[in-house]
Design a protein around this ligand. Structure first.
Ligand code: FE2
Length: 370
């Protein structure tokens, strides 16, 4: 199924009508409070006879139990469709509610996690309120059960329609604005060098990198054009990782977030700004089946997508963008380096085009942090 993108609330009305939606489960985070025009529009929808059932009972890094609650509400209220408005966590929750809505049982003891996801045609619309995760374009969701991360992958998680509304980004706080932008840029770059890349994914990556750079200033100044451009860039980067998944930068960044409290995109860019130049100097350690020359050429192409001559200059540009944003470089103790070294799941490095052994990971972490 081809995902459709729409850009205004009139089209959202059409979507509700086309899909004969009578009762919508609205999964949303706190960002919705500030979205005056959207709330105004919701009132109009309700006045026209569509029931809106809001679900907000989830936190960042959402728990499986929150999803179970959402599924319960969906069933109790006899919802027939799902609209999600928010950032990555809201998307994760909404995607899982959709996937579990028709499963057997009430979800106790993780039973939804044990069942196979079978496709359903519940109308599902997503409106991202950050320009970063690209989650609205991907078949992945992450939730936590019993303290363990559960990665869920199914084409059935991909929203059928995406509403791209730059107004949704207007009230985004500056740190989150910067961090989510860097997340999008890291998705595009990591997808580009991933061993799973295809001609199609690289085209998305290229387009996303270019749009991040074109719209960076306007977006940081909160202009409508900048916000619209960054929203599209993040969405396109999401399409790229939907094909390839992410690589070492993401595998290495999760523990940085939990140890130092950096936002995800901040942590990912801490890693990629060091990985990129390191990779250009270690292409002899390639594991991409397409070979060393291919990898070198690909790294150069990333630099070129960034408006540079080659990989080396591209890596320098990534570093200078990171510093221009004033993003902090955390200071780590030896104990924390040990935790970090042992946190990287080797299985998750398999998408990375260069072999990273323990020594390399240790060296990289020492360059990533102070
Ligand atoms: Fe990310």
């Amino acid at each position: 199924m081809e995902q459709k993108t729409i850009s205004d609330y009139v089209e959202m009305n059409n979507w509700l009508q086309e899909n004969a939606c009578n009762t919508v489960l609205l999964v949303c985070d706190d960002s919705i409070r500030y979205m005056e025009s959207f709330n105004h529009h919701l009132k109009k929808i309700e006045n026209a006879g569509v029931k809106i059932v809001s679900f907000k009972e989830f936190q960042p890094n959402p728990q499986y139990e929150s999803v179970v609650k959402g599924v319960g509400l969906f069933r109790r209220e006899r919802c027939d469709s799902i609209v999600v408005v928010g950032g990555g966590s809201a998307m994760d929750v909404a995607k899982c509610i959709k996937a579990y809505a028709n499963m057997n049982g009430n979800g106790d003891n993780g039973e939804y996690l044990k069942q196979e996801i079978t496709p359903n045609d519940i109308p599902f619309l997503a409106m991202p309120t950050t320009a970063g995760t690209g989650s609205e374009a991907t078949r992945y969701a992450v939730i936590y059960f019993d303290g363990k991360k559960q990665s869920i992958t199914s084409n059935n998680l991909i929203p059928q329609t995406v509403l791209m509304n730059p107004d949704a980004l207007k009230t985004l706080p500056m740190y989150q604005r910067k961090a989510t932008m860097m997340d999008a840029l890291c998705h595009a770059i990591e997808s580009f060098w991933s061993v799973n890349s295809t001609d199609e994914s690289k085209e998305y990556s290229r387009e996303a990198i270019q749009n991040v750079l074109i719209h960076m200033d306007g977006y940081l100044q909160n202009t409508e054009e900048g916000n619209a451009g960054m929203l599209l860039a993040a969405h396109t980067a999401g399409k790229a990782i939907n094909i390839t998944q992410t690589t070492a930068g993401h595998a290495m960044c999760y523990k940085i977030t939990s140890l130092f409290g950096c936002a995800h995109g901040h942590a990912a860019s801490l890693c990629d700004r060091v990985l990129f130049p390191w990779m250009t100097e270690h292409t002899d350690r390639y594991i991409d089946a397409r070979g060393r020359a291919y990898l070198s050429r690909t790294l150069d192409e990333i630099g070129q997508a960034m408006g540079c001559q080659n990989a080396k200059e591209g890596a320098e540009k990534l570093q200078s963008i990171f510093h221009s944003l004033g993003l902090e470089v955390p200071e780590a103790t030896e104990e924390q380096y040990h935790v970090l070294r042992t946190s990287v799941n080797p299985v998750r490095l398999k998408n990375h085009p260069i072999a990273l052994d323990d020594a390399a990971i240790d060296e990289l972490y020492h360059a990533i942090l102070r």
